[in-house]
Design a binder for this molecule. Sequence first.
Ligand SMILES: [Cu+2]
Length: 174
Amino acid sequence: MSRRRLALTAVVAAAVALGGLSASAAGGSGAPAVRAAADCTWKHHKKTVTVRKRVGKKGHRQFRKVKRTKRWWSCDPVSTPPSTTLGVRANEWHLILSRGSVDAGELKVQLRNEGEDPHNLHLELAGSPSYSFEDLDPGQIADRTLPLTPGTWKLYCSLAGHEDAGMRASLVVN
Ligand SMILES: [Cu+2]
């Protein structure tokens, strides 16, 4: 066996050993055993590729096209859209929020009076400026963009007796 032949054999042997290792580490069909600490979702990819395989003896080299299936995993970051809108429905006697928590910053708040009496909306958090919507007649809708700071905001209707009747809610701003 020539020196070159020997070296080639060693490379092939190493490749086989590596292949065996990675196959057992992948554990067949499941996601890779070693997961990244970051928030991401594992996705399996499969692609059919054409590779050129060398056939024939030296001096009579030929290439044959062979289809191979390439498989790999990728970890795609989980993207959560920011919560920058809030719908508030007012009726007798509730304030119904479209979501219980939002992200801090500019928040588009839409107040809808779905009741039969006038209603308004006040937003308060200790140590922060308060915001308010004017009285809306039944069926009216009003929009405001408010810079809300983190904390648990108190939302209520300030018309006499309305808050005590149930027109209040909490909004967590993260
Ligand atoms: Cu009210």
